[in-house]
Design a protein around this ligand. Sequence first.
Ligand code: 4AD
Ligand code: MG
Length: 463
Amino acid sequence: MANRRIAEILRSGQPDDSLQVQGWVRTKRESKGFAFIEVNDGSSLANLQVVINQDLPDYEAILKKLNTGAAVEATGVLVASLGKGQRIELKAETVKVYGEADPDTYPLQKKRHSFEFLRTIGHLRSRTNSFGAVFRVRNACSTAIHQFFQERGFLWVHTPIITASDCEGAGELFSVTSLDLKNIPRTENQAVDYSQDFFAKPTYLTVSGQLEAEVMAMAFSNVYTFGPTFRAENSNTSRHLAEFWMVEPEMAFCDLEGDMDLAEAFLKHIFKYVLETCPEDMEFFNERIDKSVLATAENIINNQFERLTYTEAIKLLEKADVKFEYPVSWGLDLQSEHERYLAEQLFKKPAIVTDYPAQIKAFYMRLNDDEKTVRAMDILAPKIGEIVGGSQREERLEVLERRVLAQGLKPEDLWWYLDLRRYGTVPHAGFGLGFERLVQFMTGMGNIRDVIPFPRTPQSAEF
Ligand code: 4AD
Ligand code: MG
């Protein structure tokens, strides 16, 4: 007998189809002589209704075990449903209960639970409608990302998780060491002796795969990374994680214009793909999480993003008739409130801000002729703020050496990176998309902790 996923049954199942389903009980309703159970297997938002007749052997005993959360397998025949809400239902011929779930202690009840509460039971929350929808959409976003780059001939390259360099130069690094740092006897300001360490030098969890992606782009022209990155920033916000996933394309023979064009086409592609492949989940978000989810998606797909320079953005912010918490002035970084004002209130669509002051950006960004600004671009999204950060890279050896020194970095630590400018250097560019911020943007979920299965944030690492 065919074992079928519920999404597929609900889509194309026909009366008289004989089949088996496996999943978890969402609800049970008892009637005179029969019972309905709603079964979910994670493949869709909708449940499959299974009708169990009292003629079934051990009817009473089975029913007692079929509480919310129990794992169940049922075989039977599909019939047209007489009830409202579903086209088709399964008339059970056999029902097997694998694992029961004690209704007195099972934390997920039929009522709506708050996301705060569900975060305390991260191991069970994926069994709810909201998290089911989030993680299916997250999966669809991943597929769309690979599809977009593979169709364009980009090579997916795997960059290291353990690195010796701080790509962003922000010092937000988690150290990786085989040394028992707590128990090494040393006085307070004494540096750790790494000669006995696994790598014989300090190493860290990567904050970005960009530098290594540049290495690969100098051989394969167009590449992308898609992997976990780590930041030891103590930001307790709804937009920051200590461990998040980043997508980083890197393109040789490309300038900032090409970089922006790619990023815009990329975001449009992902939204289109998710609308096409997850319509029910997207409807659900629009109805239950944020009433502007579908309109936002259409807006992204159909409108050109606004493009402006940092200097223009500062002028607009200075003119804004809102009171910002943080100061606005040329040379200061944009805060999330400023970013959101531009995208959400002023332009009402994503905005790409370019040419930031050199002193607030990383060492690798290409210096403009004014010697004050760099060829950077950030994409600011309504409700989110910065979702993409990218730039054209400094391909001129002397200028790069100067920038490395100016930022207090050591050229000898970056010898291999500088070598890329010594041998066959070429204008190149890339960007990093914060994957969780994308999923937040797509679903309207308010907190970034609710779009990753196992969030790592300050003071929280349950698993
Ligand atoms: O702007 P960032 O720091 O850029 C880079 O790391 C570049 N090396 C990327 C590149 O050019 N290849 O980070 C890129 C994006 C941000 O725009 C944001 O969406 C996301 O990563 N991001 C975070 N997401 C969640 N939690 C955090 N703590 C994040 N920090 C950055
Ligand atoms: Mg950034």
